[in-house]
Ligand binder design. Sequence first.
Ligand code: ADP
Length: 247
Amino acid sequence: MKNRRSKQRKRAMKKRKGKRQRQNEGEIISPLIKKYWIQRYNLFSRFDEGIKMDEEGWYSVTPEEIAMMHAERCIDGVAGAATCVIDCFTGVGGNAIQFATQYHFVVAIDVDPQKVKMAYNNARIYGVEDYIDFIVGDFFHLAPSLKGEIVFLSPPWGGPSYKTIENFTMDLLKPKDGYSIFQVAQTISPHIIMFLPRNVDLHQVEELSWLSSPPLNFEIEENYVENNLKGVTVYFGGLACKQVKWS
Ligand code: ADP
């Protein structure tokens, strides 16, 4: 009898705990980001230590593994040891953190003060906040005063609906089209990394290299996480290993 009661009590406790957990998750997870929650450690391996993200951050932050590859590409640098990377649309800081982890100095820019706050919080969790200069501002206004060896561009892709488009063209990038963004970036440095949707129009990527005279070298890399194609990275200038030609 006693045994059965204690089993019932344990079952009731388990049920209450499960309900509490679901309620806690419910506070964090809105229906839109529910599908991204399962990928949280792919986005930030130290997620449980207090990483902060808003709804946009959930679907737009670069997965950590990919951000690490971007940062590793810059290790040899293009201008010696002291590399400064300008992260022009930093969001919640996924890329800035990995650049700083690889001993680069980073200027992290975002027009949204809340994003910059979250990026600072997240950089502190990774212990790299002292290597990042956080700036709240519009990249296009700030560009004439920015100095750095490498420009990193992960401009907004227009939300999760980009996946439904067959051929993602440069005019779909925000807040300006891809050609305009690239042209401004080039005024800072020819060594540019651009992180783009997996369905990006590759002929238009080649056109970006023609905006410079002589045309910039470029290299295209497909980025997978757990066998899923998450995006395409284009390395320009001294960061490209080889020039890719499209017929
Ligand atoms: P992606 O889908 O490529 O990851 P996001 O949707 O995260 O892009 O957008 C990146 C960030 O760019 C957002 O945090 C947004 O606030 C920021 N942003 C948008 N316009 C500007 C701008 N003109 N200057 C700087 N940051 C901007």
